[in-house]
Write a protein that binds this ligand. Structure first.
Ligand SMILES: [Cu+2]
Length: 241
């Protein structure tokens, strides 16, 4: 091959690699940053964060992936995102609606509630008719191996927060699991779990994630939704106030 032909071939190859890099940056990284961030503001030093986890979601690309949603505090709409912001140095009260069925944790260590105020959560459970069959139980462990009752977890590893998130009773899930997202209490069994923690005293971005291997159809259940923002991993943006 002549020198000019080799130079031309090299230029084409370089252009192809650079083009691929730009595609990956825009398509994958750019797509993630397009997720909405839900902003929560504090009142009297407290902020209320509302989440739900579902067996599916309403995206057009990955509708069968398990997913979290975040509630917009002003519209009360459930937003398909896992990005939210809170003010620094406030007490954070989290409520998680658990609509998905149970999956045992791979490491049952994370059945313990760690890092919340009191190292506990409070759990209620409702059947598909809205009847409360477990009322406000305060728990320091939700043992995902002894009984199928954990669907996902809410963990902020950098803050030492690990919270197993309760599912509805397994028998109710088999017959009446929510099948359209975002889920609502109407016609669906669900759990409601609350806990609180103190926000860091200064701003920063804190990754949060699920630790249940809930990526159905992926190797070891640890890929797919487990590693994708907007589904089972997200960011809590702590804002200096
Ligand atoms: Cu999960």
């Amino acid at each position: 091959m002549s020198v000019p032909a080799r130079a031309a071939a090299l230029l084409v190859a370089v252009a192809a690699v650079v083009g691929l890099g730009i595609f990956v940056a825009l398509y994958y990284i750019g797509a993630e940053s397009a997720l909405t961030t839900v902003h929560y503001t504090a009142s009297n030093g407290q902020v209320n964060v509302m989440l739900q986890e579902d067996p599916q979601n309403d995206s057009s690309s990955k509708p069968n992936w398990v997913s979290y949603y975040v509630q917009d505090p002003s519209t009360k709409n459930w937003v398909h995102t896992t990005l939210f912001s809170i003010p620094a140095n406030t007490k954070v009260n989290v409520t998680i609606y658990g609509y998905d069925g149970c999956t045992p944790l791979r490491n049952n260590y994370f059945s313990q509630v760690l890092g919340t105020i009191g190292n506990t959560v409070t759990v209620s459970q409702f059947d598909q008719h809205g009847k409360k069959y477990v009322s406000g139980k305060t728990l320091s462990v939700i043992n995902s191996w002894s009984d199928c009752n954990v669907a996902h977890t809410f963990a902020i590893p950098a803050m030492g927060i690990y919270v197993p998130v309760a599912s509805p009773n397994a028998n109710l899930s088999v017959k009446d699991l929510c099948s359209s997202s975002p889920c609502t209490p109407s016609g669906n069994p669900y759990a409601v779990e609350t806990f609180s923690f103190m926000a860091p005293s200064h701003g920063g971005v804190f990754r949060w994630q699920c630790l249940v291997p809930c990526g159905g159809g992926y190797l070891d259940g640890n890929s797919g939704p487990m590693q994708t923002e907007g589904y089972m991993t997200g960011e809590m943006d702590v804002v200096n106030s």
